[in-house]
Design a protein around this ligand. Structure first.
Ligand SMILES: [Zn+2]
Length: 273
């Protein structure tokens, strides 16, 4: 039987990483395995996912990568040890990376088309069962990350990783000054920025939102990096009452998968109504 692979990597690539050295550095920074256990527990805490998700580490890898493979009611989410133990990876950057990949599985519409000559599983409408890149980013900050970190000591988490004042102010405006959701919003923004610059630095910032308007919704490729950051920031700004409460979003109706507040809508640089 053919194994269906639908590899959708958040970051490809990239230089050789001395895993042993990186592990030594990592030990001083955070417990990556604890993050993976926490992520696994979040997925396992509900039977609403509708799909069994196995989280795997690819060992002795030299690529900073994370990807999902989906086969109807079963999905595997793989992250390489090179990514986990890279000295460039922050703890919230790792969380956002995991959340982005989970977003491909649970983020719902808009979804990707299937590749040419694809003979693997397809949804009822002939499209893939994999959420588009922009939707995976949005899901990461809208649904997954807040679930993952709620109840943490956010001030401690932010102590070594302060965010730009503009992000802090936007989070305060959206969620209330000093509230837990405002602190989660800051962490999500910083984690998203880290995820998007894991492989190399990009000139992206919360103060320079994309001016692009996509002619139609981008479903089969990545939006540009600034657009992706804008998407993560938008999801971070959605209040708890305005965000979807289910962990698995609607696979057919994209309009259901958005914050009820327009300040946290998916940006037009990739999503068109
Ligand atoms: Zn992706």
């Amino acid at each position: 039987m053919r194994t269906y692979l639908y590899l959708i990597a958040v970051t490809f690539a990239v230089g050789l990483v001395g895993t042993k050295t990186a592990k030594a550095k990592q030990a001083d920074r955070f417990d990556a395995f604890a993050v993976l256990r926490e992520f696994d527990a979040m997925i396992g805490s509900t039977d609403e996912t509708g799909v069994k998700v196995l989280v795997k580490i690819e060992r002795q890898s030299t690529s900073l990568a994370a990807y999902v493979e989906r086969n109807s009611d079963f999905a595997t989410l793989t992250v390489t040890d090179a990514l986990i133990f890279s000295s460039r990876t922050s703890v919230d950057g790792l969380r956002m990376t995991l959340c982005h990949e989970l977003g491909h599985i649970l983020g719902g519409a808009p979804r990707r088309d299937v590749p040419l000559e694809w003979d693997g599983p397809v949804a009822h409408d002939g499209r893939s069962e994999i959420s588009a890149e922009g939707q995976a980013d949005y899901y990461a900050s809208l649904v997954c990350f807040p679930r993952l970190v709620r109840g943490h000591d956010h001030k401690a988490a932010l102590a070594g990783n302060p965010v730009q004042s503009e992000i802090g102010e936007a989070c305060d405006r959206a969620h209330g000054r000093g509230s837990e959701d405002s602190l989660i919003c800051r962490r999500s923004a910083a984690g998203g920025h880290n995820m998007l610059t894991l492989v190399r630095h990009f000139q992206i910032s919360s103060t320079t939102p994309s001016q692009m308007t996509a002619p139609s919704t981008i479903t089969n490729s990545y939006p540009d990096r600034q657009c992706r950051l804008d998407t993560i920031l938008a999801g971070s700004r959605c209040s708890q009452n305005s965000r979807p409460h289910q962990i698995r979003l609607d696979f057919d109706r994209a309009e259901q998968n958005e914050c009820l507040s327009t300040i946290a809508a998916r940006p037009k640089c990739w999503y068109r109504r």
